[in-house]
Design a protein around this ligand. Sequence first.
Ligand code: SF4
Length: 508
Amino acid sequence: MNALLVYPQFPETYWSFKYALSFLGKKSAQPPLGLMTVSALLPDHWQKRLVDTNIEPIRERDLNWADVVLLSGMHIQRDALLAIVERCHARGLRTVVGGPVASSVAAADLKADHVVIGEAESLIADLARDLEQGAARAVYQARERPDMATSPLPDLSLIKMNRYSTMTVQYSRGCPFNCEFCDIIEIYGRRPRTKAVAQVLAELDQLRAAGWRESVFIVDDNFIGNKDRARQLCVALAEWRQQFKTSFDLTTEASLNLADDPELMGLMKEAGFKGVFLGIETPDESGLISSNKLQNTRRSLLECVATIQSYGMEVMGGFILGFDTDKPDIFDRMVDFIEKSGIPIAMVGLLQAMPGTQLFRRLWKEGRILDAGHGDNTGVHLNFLPHMSPERLVAGYRSVLQRIYNNEAYFKRVKLYLSRAPSPRGDRSSQRRWFTHSNVRALVTSMLRQGIFGRQRWAYWKFVMTAATRYHRSFGPAMALAVMGYHLQVVTRKLLKAEDGTGFSLAD
Ligand code: SF4
């Protein structure tokens, strides 16, 4: 059986990092880890090819070769995925769709011959057997969430590694918290499941053996969902780092209560973590309470961020506007918080009610759902009727984007972060590692594109001078953030331009 694994294209959003990737000569941020894992689960005697349409188009000869096309993606990739399914069907090719999109979109709407709902580890053997026998069912639904010990080493041989800016490893799935708007806990559950330490090290060994030396994103829902296990892994990662006298720069996602645990933050630092994405959501405590994000309440969010930054981890933050509790001053409060946080990459989005979430169910009962959403909360689109007038909410959202993503405000936040992070004095391997071909290329492109042809050039050069003098030991990461800023600014400009005066789109 010839299996063609296809990863649909992401639309252009803040999360695509498209304009930063072009500086690095890369095509996409991360490889399709889910499909690489599916490939490893398929029978050995099957032939496999993988096409990530974020880096290359599907060739006719791949479609001619395939007996079956397996697609996976997230809700945001839905439209691109449906177009590929249609293209396959037009030539009589059998299709299978799985991944998170299969949990958030009704099976019939995916239009595939077979839909796999749930995690691949417990389903792929049955699906493969049935496909071989020509007796595959329309829907395969996992009865339980698999033990991650059964998750195989992802098939690295299928991807064009140098087209990506970071490699990915998954250590855990699930999160113990219960945020109302979260689809993660609906899909992966609230009991964090982890791989064994040896599995993670084997994945890192595989990346190292393949020549990868750049960053690795631990793509967990919440890396510290099980803190004891996270501690054990960090100790092992630090030993691994020592053993090879080098390591990857690690980033991950975690809940804000990381700030309560100095031991764990210290271990993460030793393990090589350089960044962490936190769902901060809102500086307004009533919004946190109403959305059941209780782990972010009864604390100073700004102090938590500063504490984590002091361990050398750049904090990236997720923020949401549109909670029922938001008052007209929320926009100014949000900007003020972001300014004081020193979070350069602050992803502010409008609340989206994702199908399958507690929020969707509540708003559905209240008759406020307008459509199923598109999975990108950083676009100007509302899929439910908010309490605040939609025009006021979208205008406020636009004003927040405008204020946080101009050069001056952005570089001010980067400098605040750099002032809080410990100087990487003595970590010469880390400084040397930064000077890779793609980073040097990004630096030169940045100076041309941002420093010579860019807008607000004076703010850029002022920042470069400060980075080169006051923060020279962190010059590489500082310039990487300058490049990220370019992406965020271009997407912001496009977002603000795309809409008319009132500037919001409600579903038909
Ligand atoms: S902390 Fe994050 S992953 Fe966990 S339930 Fe809340 S939003 Fe979901």
